[in-house]
Design a protein around this ligand. Structure first.
Ligand code: HEC
Ligand code: HEC
Ligand code: HEC
Ligand code: HEC
Ligand code: HEC
Length: 169
């Protein structure tokens, strides 16, 4: 603390600016694509090569979370496919080091909200209803506001429950 005090107001100003910038960059209101550790293109996989969303996000139908595929799943194809490309070589490095890829979360609800993917997927809602045209994205972006109003509006329209305890427990 003392070290910070001695650094004077200039540093506080700079620190405040950094914090403000960080808040803007990481705020849930941010809709633009996040920089990811590997430039993973949804468009190439889904639109060009017709890989199903649930081949990679295989938990969506049966659990709370949709899940992000493991490095091993990626390597099922990329041991051979495009193995010479720089972004795929990054992938191979994670694989060789047995390290998970530190993907940056694009969607994140507060801890006090309960959102089960499986109920929504099984009700027949397309992923795109909430996530937009992911198949055209080179960087995954958030299109829905993820506010309570957004949830409740659809629940009201589709006659799904709107009791507080459904989403807060
Ligand atoms: C079912 C096969 C398959 C799986 C699984 C798969 N990919 Fe791919 N991926 C491809 C194909 C096919 C291409 C297009 C290669 C080309 O352009 O010739 C590609 C392209 C890419 C590219 C772009 C390479 C470039 O610069 O042109 C990246 C990066 C990539 N994949 C990363 C991943 C990651 C990360 C995973 C796991 C989350 C993954 N892939 C899972 C088949 C797959
Ligand atoms: C080849 C595997 C693969 C396929 C197929 C795939 N995804 Fe993904 N998806 C990923 C990976 C890896 C990430 C994490 C990196 C990122 O955010 O771009 C991701 C991220 C996402 C995210 C953002 C997650 C977050 O952090 O909030 C959404 C939403 C998403 N995918 C939806 C879809 C939908 C919808 C489809 C089908 C139209 C689809 N994905 C197809 C691998 C895949
Ligand atoms: C009714 C809206 C809705 C539908 C339909 C939906 N999602 Fe989501 N998705 C969300 C919300 C909300 C979050 C944030 C959840 C959280 O933070 O707990 C999310 C988060 C994600 C994530 C981030 C990682 C995770 O597991 O939470 C991925 C990946 C994802 N969704 C993929 C999909 C895929 C693929 C489908 C279709 C099979 C799908 N979603 C259908 C609303 C939806
Ligand atoms: C596009 C429409 C849509 C959106 C947006 C949506 N939901 Fe839903 N939700 C549904 C439908 C339809 C059901 C009923 C599924 C069923 O009948 O099993 C449901 C069911 C649920 C359930 C299970 C209810 C029960 O009976 O236990 C929870 C929890 C839930 N939603 C939470 C959320 C939260 C939290 C959000 C916002 C982050 C959200 N939902 C956004 C359509 C939506
Ligand atoms: C369909 C899901 C859903 C239902 C039903 C629901 N909420 Fe929420 N609620 C959310 C989500 C998602 C958030 C977080 C996003 C936000 O703050 O808008 C939230 C946030 C909140 C917050 C925090 C607001 C803040 O500014 O931090 C309170 C308080 C709250 N809800 C109370 C309630 C009460 C009381 C009810 C019943 C009348 C209710 N909620 C019903 C989904 C729901």
């Amino acid at each position: 603390m003392q070290i910070v005090m001695r650094a004077g107001p200039g540093v506080f100003g700079a620190l405040a600016l950094v914090l403000v910038l960080a808040a803007i960059t990481f705020s849930p209101g941010e809709a633009a694509g996040q920089a990811q550790p590997i430039a993973f293109p949804h468009k190439v996989h889904v639109q060009d090569y017709r890989i199903d969303c649930q081949y990679c996000h295989s938990e969506a139908r049966r659990s709370e979370y949709a899940g992000i595929p493991s490095v091993t799943r990626c390597m099922g194809c990329h041991k051979i496919t495009a193995a010479d490309r720089p972004e795929v070589q990054k992938l191979q490095e994670y694989f060789n080091n047995q390290a998970p890829i530190p993907w940056v979360r694009v969607h994140k609800l507060p801890e006090f909200v309960h959102f089960p993917h499986k109920r929504h997927v099984r009700a027949g809602l397309a992923c795109q209803t909430c996530h937009g045209p992911v198949e055209t994205m080179t960087v995954a972006e958030r299109v829905a506001p993820l506010t309570m109003g957004w949830c409740v509006e659809c629940h009201t329209t589709r006659k799904a429950p709107v009791d507080c305890m459904v989403c807060h427990r």
